[in-house]
Write a protein that binds this ligand. Structure first.
Ligand code: 8YV
Length: 322
């Protein structure tokens, strides 16, 4: 028995119902915690999304039949993977299929912020545009600038490929250095020291997973290393950045601006960021294309089906240290 926590694309739901005894969520709001507890007590498989927090206490209360969490999403920070695996529960995600779309969205922010796109749109819409003038709403040139990518995984590399086409120079920091082949293909410069990279970049784009080790990776201290003309783009997870510090530094003109698709507490956006003209805010749209959502659903189906057939699902996720 499979329980789906959110409304998924129709064709995905139809296929899930054909293959399994599936309980869908027809409303588009998340299941309550009580409903999640009930689901994990009676089902064998749960298909959650980023809005379902599957923590220790939920995992301590699962029924003996509960075997698989097939996350509809790439990031698994909503799930305590370590506890799940210790309890013999398999966890899967949906990698690859949202890489290109998320990278496109990071580029959209990366272009919109230095060129003041949303500020310009608002001026036109609010009839605040005084008309063309040589000095009106000047932004910063993008080509030739240094882009520092934090996390050169699949999405980070896809951003690097796009950014190169816009004439940006690629720099990166990663737990492990990329292979020579990748560095060569992207003409990417590796920085072992994140602090040193931050102090030298014009734009920073965050693409690492959110884990206890990356909580506030961009802390107040590290953000203060950025140059006053630098921008921060985040399409990964909000809590990788100390949002309050980012808001303060932008207000105090110590950082030029930011493009944020993700937030520390989604729906409770830091007021300083919310009210700043130098910040472009988006409602977690990185993978929000019809195609990606369809493909994510298909990955989920492949993972559940493979597991149900008694095999290792292709997108199994292990705790970070394994
Ligand atoms: C998804 C995401 O929208 O896959 C991820 O990690 O952040 C998003 O692209 C969301 O997680 C779906 O659950």
């Amino acid at each position: 028995q499979v329980i789906v926590t959110r409304k998924l694309p129709d064709s995905v739901e139809t296929r899930l119902c054909e293959l399994f005894d599936t309980q869908l969520n027809h409303s588009d709001s998340p299941l309550s915690r009580d409903d999640l507890v009930k689901a994990m007590q009676k089902a064998e498989v749960l298909i959650p999304t980023v809005t379902d927090i599957i923590d220790k206490s939920l995992l301590a209360n699962t029924g003996p039949q509960f075997r698989l969490i097939a996350n509809f999403g790439n990031g698994v920070d909503n799930i305590d993977v370590e506890t799940a695996v210790q309890r013999g529960i398999t966890v899967t995600n949906t990698p690859n299929v949202l890489t290109e779309d998320t990278a496109d969205f990071a580029m959209a922010l990366l272009l919109a912020v230095p060129r003041r796109l949303t500020e310009g749109v608002q001026a036109v819409q609010n009839h605040d545009w005084p008309g063309w003038s040589p000095n009106y709403m000047l932004g910063q040139r993008i080509s030739g600038k240094r882009l520092g990518i934090i996390g050169l995984g699949r999405i980070g590399q896809a951003v690097a490929r796009r950014a190169r086409a816009f004439g940006l120079q690629i720099h990166y920091h990663n737990r492990r250095r990329a292979t020579n082949k990748i560095e060569h293909e992207l003409e990417a410069t590796y920085w072992d020291s994140l602090d040193q990279m931050l102090s030298r970049m014009d734009i920073i784009s965050v693409h690492c997973p959110y884990t206890p080790a990356t909580y506030h990776l961009l802390s107040a201290r590290r953000l203060a290393l950025l140059q006053p003309h630098a921008y921060v783009i985040n399409t990964a997870r909000g809590a990788v950045i100390d949002e309050a510090a980012l808001g303060r530094l932008i207000r105090d003109e110590k950082i030029a601006g930011a493009g944020l698709d993700v937030f520390e507490k989604e729906l409770e956006i830091n007021a300083e960021l919310l009210n700043s003209k130098k910040v472009v805010l988006a409602p977690h749209l990185g993978s929000a294309t019809m195609e990606a959502r369809q493909d994510m659903g298909e990955r989920v189906i492949i993972n559940v089906k493979t597991f149900a057939d008694g095999h290792q699902p292709p997108d199994r996720v292990l705790p970070a240290h394994l």
